[in-house]
Structure formats: structure tokens, C-alpha cells
Design a protein around this ligand. Structure first.
Ligand SMILES: NC(=O)c1ccc[n+]([C@@H]2O[C@H](COP(=O)([O-])OP(=O)(O)OC[C@H]3O[C@@H](n4cnc5c(N)ncnc54)[C@H](O)[C@@H]3O)[C@@H](O)[C@H]2O)c1
Length: 350
């Protein structure tokens, strides 16, 4: 006899002011805080002044999203005698969230985490849904688990100190989820961006809700959740390439470039109409430029070898998430290496 067990995952997401976060931290015991160095410099006087919680200031970037940093976190947890009765509070962007969540997910078979995202990208995407990862051999997100934080505390006030580039990087994930799920929301965002770089609460909430809608029926990432990988097969290869060069490209900038290249692939497959591809290109090129991240046709072999490492591939085929229209994503599209090469040559030789 075969039994089917139901897994229930809950996402407990609250929207607070910075004062509410400060009060919450004062009232916590049996918890430890990992906080991003920049956030510590800008906000510790507001949020950590009156707490007795032990805190650790982390100065890490994409380059250190790796096993050495995870081990550094494990050593801190051991030397501070952290047990499964403690909560781990993560205050920072997607990089800190990914590596601390990863480290906590395997430490003593799982510590409870509370995620306080401080970048736009981590508010709308990286801290939501429990995926975490570290890079291995400059291959993005090779090691990871699924470990949903017991609470996400979203404090929009943190966005006021983000650079224009970091805000646009976050917008990339908002536009991505809109492009695969909701045409009306996409048009609203493009219109809104003309006047404002700081998203309003409704945009943040809608973006989170769209992500939750996608993952709630496919938490294990076998089908619909792969919609969220749109743009990312190429983006991860681009990030890996820049990491080899020791150059940091914000994740969202790589995602937008990934979207533009993957749309050109969809056009060649007759999946996406040229006029829609061109409209999206026009919309996005108003905001995202790549002078600081030069990438030329001679790196195509490197990109192709990184694309072949993508987690969605089967043993015999390269698989992409593409769009058929604005708001209509399609998962598991098989694409030949030759077609990817042809599209990359067309775009990167321009
Ligand atoms: N797990 C997931 O589901 C998921 C989803 C999307 C992206 N990601 C990952 O997220 C990472 C990117 O995250 P990110 O864009 O947040 O980058 P990040 O964490 O590197 O933060 C970007 C920069 O902003 C600074 N910063 C953070 N908060 C700030 C604030 N409030 N004010 C001023 N500066 C601040 C940080 O110090 C850092 O220099 C990538 O590694 C990506 O792979 C994960």
C-alpha cells in the first residue's frame, strides 16, 4: 500500500516599520543576529542599540557566497553554543540570506531562521520561498537546500540607503515575475519606473504574492516554480563569467541581460513574437545599461560551458524557462546548444 503524505509550508511575512523591528529585537532572547556590514553601519544605532542579543557583522559579497563562509558561520554557531532552541535572525541582502540560511539549514539538522531583508532584491525574491545556496568553483548556487524562514520581516525603510544600481537590481526580479505571470502588473511597473525608482508597498506586496502563487503548488521546484528561473539560465552563466574575472555584476543586471538573450532564443523558436521581444527590449534598455560590464563574443564558449551546468538541464537536453507573451511563462523548453550559440553571437557581436 502506498501512502501520500501532505507537506504544509507556511510563509509568515509581516510588514513593519524600523521602530517595530527595533522593539521586536529588544524583546527577543535565545536568538543570534547575523547582520550585513553596510546595514550595521547605517542602522545599528536604530535597531541594535538596546538589545542584548549577540550579533555578528558580516562583510561578504557574491565572491564569498561559498563553503568557507558557511564554515565560518558554523564555527560562530558552535562557539556561541547555539542549539535548536535558538532563532537565527538574518539582517541583510540576498547574499547574506543565501549563505546564512544554507548554513543554518544543515546545522544540527536545521535552525529556525528569521529573515529581515534589507535590499529590494531580497525583499521581493531572495528571502521568500526558502531556497538558499552557495557557489562552488564559481558555478552559481551549486550547493543549496530548501529551508523556509519561520518569519520574514519586511521593513521598507531600509530601501532609502540603497544605490540606484541596487534598486534597479531589485526591480529586475519584480519585472521578471511580472513577465512570467502578470502582464497588467508588468505594464504598471514600467509606467511607475518612469517617475520613481523607489517602489511603493503595493508593488512590493504584489511581487511577493506573485512569487508565493507560483511556489505554493510546487515548493520542490519540479514544474511551475521553474517559471521563476526565467532569465536566470543565462544570468547565472554571466555572473559566473564575471566572477572568474573578479568583477561584481549586481544579480538583477545579470537577470535583465539574461531576459533579453532568452527572449531572443524564444523569438528564434517562434515562441515569442518579434514585436513583443522588441517592446520588452525597449522598456528595459531605458533603465539598464552595461558599459561597466563588457561582455564580448569571444567569451561565448565560456558561457556555453557554464550554461551546461544549469540545474534545470536533463542529461540529454538544455532546458530553459522562456515566455510566449508578456505575463505568460513556459517552463522546460528544450534548446539546442547551436541555437544558444547563434543567438549569443548575434547579440554579443553587436
Ligand atoms: N534564494 C533565492 O531564492 C534567491 C533569489 C534571488 C537572488 N538570490 C541571490 O541573492 C543574491 C543577491 O542579493 P542582493 O542583490 O541583495 O545583493 P547583496 O546581498 O550582495 O547586497 C548588495 C549590496 O547592498 C548592500 N546593502 C544591503 N542592504 C543595504 C541597505 N539597506 N542600504 C545600503 N546598502 C545595503 C550590501 O552590503 C551589498 O554591498 C545573489 O547571490 C542571488 O543569487 C537568491
Amino acid at each position: 500500500m502506498q501512502y501520500r503524505f501532505t507537506k504544509i509550508y507556511e510563509h509568515n511575512i509581516v510588514f513593519w516599520s524600523i521602530q517595530e523591528l527595533a522593539e521586536y529585537l529588544i524583546n527577543q532572547s535565545n536568538a543570534v543576529v547575523f547582520i550585513d556590514k553596510q546595514v550595521f553601519q547605517d542602522y545599528s544605532s536604530l535597531i541594535l542599540k538596546n538589545t542584548n542579543l549577540p550579533y555578528f557583522v558580516m562583510d561578504i559579497n557574491e565572491h564569498q557566497k561559498n563553503l568557507s563562509t558557511a564554515e565560518y558561520i558554523w564555527q560562530i554557531l558552535i562557539s556561541n553554543k547555539i542549539t535548536r532552541h535558538h532563532n537565527v535572525i538574518i539582517i541583510g541582502g540576498g547574499v547574506l540570506n543565501d549563505v546564512v540560511l544554507f548554513a543554518c539549514s544543515v546545522f544540527k539538522r536545521g535552525l529556525n531562521c528569521i529573515s529581515v531583508p534589507t535590499t529590494l532584491l531580497s525583499m521581493v525574491d531572495a528571502s521568500i520561498g526558502g531556497k538558499n545556496a552557495v557557489n562552488l568553483n564559481h558555478i552559481k548556487n551549486t550547493l543549496g537546500t530548501l529551508h523556509i524562514p519561520i518569519q520574514n520581516i519586511i521593513v521598507k525603510d531600509f530601501l532609502s540607503t540603497l544605490s540606484k544600481e541596487q534598486l534597479l537590481s531589485g526591480w529586475a526580479e519584480i519585472l521578471k515575475v511580472a513577465l512570467v505571470k502578470d502582464a497588467q502588473f508588468y505594464n504598471h511597473c514600467i509606467h511607475y519606473l518612469q517617475k520613481n525608482l523607489l517602489p511603493d508597498s503595493d508593488i512590493i506586496k504584489t511581487s511577493i504574492q506573485l512569487k508565493l502563487d507560483v511556489i505554493q503548488n510546487d515548493i520542490d521546484d519540479s514544474n511551475e516554480r521553474q517559471l521563476l528561473n526565467y532569465g536566470h539560465t543565462i544570468a547565472h552563466a554571466i555572473e559566473g563569467y564575471f566572477e572568474d574575472q573578479n568583477i561584481y555584476i549586481p544579480h538583477g543586471y545579470a537577470v535583465i541581460l539574461g531576459i533579453l538573450i532568452e527572449n531572443a532564443i524564444a523569438e528564434k523558436l517562434n515562441l515569442l513574437h518579434t514585436s513583443i521581444k522588441n517592446k520588452i527590449e525597449q522598456d528595459l534598455k531605458k533603465y539598464y545599461s552595461y558599459e561597466s560590464y563588457p561582455i564580448t563574443a569571444d567569451v561565448i564558449p565560456i558561457l556555453l560551458s557554464k550554461i551546461q551546468q544549469d540545474k534545470k538541464n536533463t542529461t540529454t537536453a538544455l532546458r530553459f524557462t522562456l515566455i510566449e507573451d508578456i505575463g505568460k511563462g513556459k517552463t522546460k523548453v528544450e534548446v539546442s546548444t547551436q541555437l544558444i550559440e547563434e543567438v549569443l553571437k548575434g547579440i554579443l557581436s553587436e
